[in-house]
Design a protein around this ligand. Structure first.
Ligand SMILES: NC(=O)c1ccc[n+]([C@@H]2O[C@H](COP(=O)([O-])OP(=O)(O)OC[C@H]3O[C@@H](n4cnc5c(N)ncnc54)[C@H](OP(=O)(O)O)[C@@H]3O)[C@@H](O)[C@H]2O)c1
Length: 424
């Protein structure tokens, strides 16, 4: 029964779910919202190794606000942020939310998903029940003064990452998002592949294309750390698509072929070098000399890989403490080191002489705004960027998937969790 027409959208009441809880893999009738759902949940008393922190539980399905969308999750993506959530550091996500007024004493992670719109709030116009969507992970308050004043919403003080800082992520039968987080699902992909790319690919897209004039141009050499990792495999493809020359760094020659197939011109094995970590004190001439020799040798290796004596115009950073001094050193004069993380530590030493004398830019970058997500999604829909789906796990093994990531023994590419989708 149609009860109300607002704008172009027909509003129908949600059918009543005939059961309070549905088994995993069995969907309620379209639009019928049960009271409870299965979820992989982190609680503070389990903070620690990911394989122990995540446990299957039955929890209430969240209530949908006026501008929100409830999505039936078909598949979820695995990202490093829920390794951090498991560990309870550097951010205790549950404590932070409760301090801000949230009631739930648990965390449902998962910042990537593909699924079906199951219920919408009364102010939602861009999607309707039954739409197939992928979800982007940045949430912000559209009424926040900085957003209203025209700031990029990802720089807003109200910006939070869904499924990490915000609750009700995708490791559950249903997830709750703001309507602007919904994007059309690429129909050329499986549910699992659809769930695997948005967070890392949109982050890489902003790093590489969001900081003009330091965007990838044809012929630009780009150094990509962790080329076979989640961010790295997206960065290689994006650089390739814009005509740049991706040079990937990995820790094992077994990963070379993977990166080359994605479009890297060449790969470097970081295990051939040992100068990683914080820079020695500049007063310690001997230690500094050793460090400088290591950084110079790495720079030469980059030229060898590129096939010419040119430095990277863009360095795609995320390991942080271990690699940043080298990134700043090898970056071209007038080039940019752009970072979105500090996986190996947050004390990233910068020798300021190289920054100012050679006029390099050191830029922070965090996920992507709505336009950047759309542009990236178009590239995926056109088949120009592959999600690099590596391995699929059931919902009960969310912890194991994150443990592999924590231990850096996960397969190259991006892992996904099958939630409502049926195996093909
Ligand atoms: N701010 C944002 O918006 C944002 C978005 C996405 C991810 N991130 C963060 O970015 C980081 C990476 O995410 P990801 O999804 O790419 O993770 P990932 O799949 O684990 O890939 C990271 C890669 O880094 C490399 N690596 C590990 N230790 C290293 C070291 N000491 N030196 C150099 N390279 C090292 C590894 O490759 P090799 O061992 O082969 O070198 C690994 O494959 C995480 O901290 C994540 O939280 C931030």
């Amino acid at each position: 029964m149609i009860v109300k027409i607002e704008g172009n959208q027909m509003m129908t009441p949600s059918p009543i779910a005939s059961r309070d809880l549905y088994p995993l893999g069995e969907a309620p009738p379209l639009g019928a919202v049960p009271k409870k759902m299965h979820a992989s949940v982190i609680r503070p008393d389990r903070y620690g190794q990911p394989q122990d922190a995540f446990q299957m539980e039955v929890v209430d399905v969240p209530v949908v606000g006026d501008a929100q969308v409830l999505v039936y999750v078909m598949a979820a993506g695995v990202n490093y942020n829920n390794v951090w959530a498991s560990l309870g550091k550097p951010l205790d996500v549950v404590a932070a939310r409760r301090k801000a007024g949230a009631e739930e004493a648990f965390h449902i992670g998962g910042s990537d998903a593909s699924g079906i719109v199951w219920a919408v709030g009364k102010n939602v116009r861009n999607v309707k029940v039954g739409d197939q969507v992928v979800l982007s992970c940045a949430m912000w308050d559209p009424q926040a003064p900085d957003v209203q004043a025209g700031a990029d919403p990802t720089t807003s003080t109200s910006c939070k990452i869904w499924g990490f800082e915000e609750n009700w992520g995708s490791f559950a039968q249903f997830t709750l998002v703001d309507s602007y987080q919904c994007l059309p699902r690429p129909q050329n992909l499986s549910w699992e592949a659809s769930a695997a790319y948005m967070l890392v690919a949109a982050t890489a897209y902003r790093q590489l294309m969001g900081w003009a004039p330091h965007v990838v141009r044809p012929g630009d050499p780009v150094l990509i750390w962790g080329g076979a990792g989640g961010l790295g495999c997206m960065a290689i493809q994006i650089v390739r698509e814009f005509g740049g020359i991706p040079i990937a760094v990995v820790s094992d020659e077994a990963k070379f072929e993977y990166c080359l197939q994605l479009g890297a011109r060449a790969c470097i094995n970081r295990k051939e070098f040992s100068h990683w970590g914080r820079m020695p004190d500049l007063q310690d001439a001997e230690a500094y000399g050793r460090w400088l020799n290591g950084a110079r040798a790495f720079g030469k290796k980059f030229w060898e890989a590129l096939g010419e004596r040119r430095n990277p115009r863009i360095v795609f950073e995320h390991p942080g403490q271990d690699t940043l001094p080298t990134s700043i050193f090898v970056c071209d004069n007038g080039g940019m080191v752009v970072t979105c993380a500090g996986t190996t530590g947050y004390a990233g030493d910068v020798d300021l002489r190289y920054l100012w004398m050679r006029q390099k830019r050191f830029q922070g970058s965090h996920f992507a705004n709505a336009e950047q997500c759309q542009q990236l999604n178009q590239m995926v829909m056109r088949g120009r960027v592959d999600p690099c789906l590596s391995q699929v796990f059931p919902l009960s093994e969310v912890g194991q998937a994150h443990q592999l990531m924590h231990d850096n023994v996960h397969p190259p590419g991006n892992m996904a969790i099958r939630v409502g989708a049926t195996p093909v």
